[in-house]
Write a protein that binds this ligand. Structure first.
Ligand code: ZN
Length: 283
């Protein structure tokens, strides 16, 4: 991509961000999250680049800043393309453009989960991912415990046994989700990308900068494989110890991880899109 060194960097006015944010009923910092975090690093360096753009720095200054921060030229250009497109749509404000801007932002964000102010984010760490998995699965844990109480109330099982069974199932579920996300993060780290965990009640996701199609596929496959292996091991142990109900729960959890590879959803979608990109690059 050729750009003249004297070219003024594509300027995204703070008003553009704020205007779009108001138009989409978002707060400005959530839009920044989407812009910086979606396909790029959520790190401070990404925020520094955005601030540099908003200050109207020259393109060569921006490039120098990106080099110092270790941001790849390709990542910088795709961020600028995204901001330019959003800024352009915002300047010619119309309901149709607002919709196009929303579509573009959502596509760039890959997932809509971090649009909610309820979501929290943190750089990946083993304890952090365990905590995030626990919070994300709280609705399931609550439902399991309630079901145990209902079963005991209906005299289907003694309360103690029902609660122990529900708790055991929940522990395996939380551990498998933790391992699933850790699998993604460790694979991304192997390819030099630091992952950020984003979570809220009922939702957990991982963001990292864009990788090559091959690396993206491996990162997307590693999560479900790690989660499924753990629950499968729990299922085999359950069957071996003749805890048939626990074995069934573990097999159900294994199936859940495998379903994440469905081409139209989550990890499966990421693999499919990486393969499409690779195919386009090959032809
Ligand atoms: Zn996953």
């Amino acid at each position: 991509m050729s750009r003249r060194a004297s070219e003024r960097c594509p300027l995204l006015l703070p008003d553009d961000i704020l205007g779009l944010a108001v138009g989409l009923t978002l707060q400005a910092d959530h839009l920044l999250d989407v812009a910086v975090g979606a396909r790029h690093s959520l790190s401070q360096s990404g925020e520094a680049i955005l601030r540099c753009i908003a200050d109207g720095c020259r393109f060569d200054t921006l490039q120098a800043e990106a080099t110092i921060l270790g941001i790849k030229a390709a990542d910088l250009y795709s961020l600028l393309d995204f901001l330019n497109a959003i800024g352009g749509l915002q300047r010619k404000r119309s309901p149709r453009n607002q919709l196009r801007a929303l579509g573009l932002t959502l596509r760039t964000a890959c997932m809509g989960v971090h649009w909610s102010p309820l979501h929290r984010r943190r750089i990946f760490s083993p304890l952090g991912v365990l905590w995030a998995s626990l919070i994300a699965t709280l609705p399931v844990i609550g439902a399991c415990l309630l079901l145990a109480v209902v079963c005991a109330g209906a005299n289907l099982a003694p309360l103690g046994n029902a609660l122990i069974f529900a708790l055991g199932s929940c522990i395996i579920f939380v551990c498998s989700i933790t391992l699933h996300e850790a699998g993604h993060a460790i694979a991304a780290w192997k390819y030099g990308a630091q992952a950020t965990i984003i979570w809220s009640l009922g939702n957990i996701a991982l963001l990292h900068r864009r990788l090559s199609p091959g690396a993206e596929s491996i990162v997307s496959l590693t999560g479900p494989a790690a989660g499924a292996l753990l629950s499968l091991a729990g299922g085999i142990l359950g069957a071996h110890l003749a805890w048939h109900s626990l074995a069934c729960v573990c097999l159900g959890i294994t199936l859940l991880h495998i379903l994440c590879l469905w081409p139209g959803y989550g990890d499966g979608q990421a693999v499919a899109s990486a393969l499409r990109t690779k195919h386009k690059g090959d032809t």
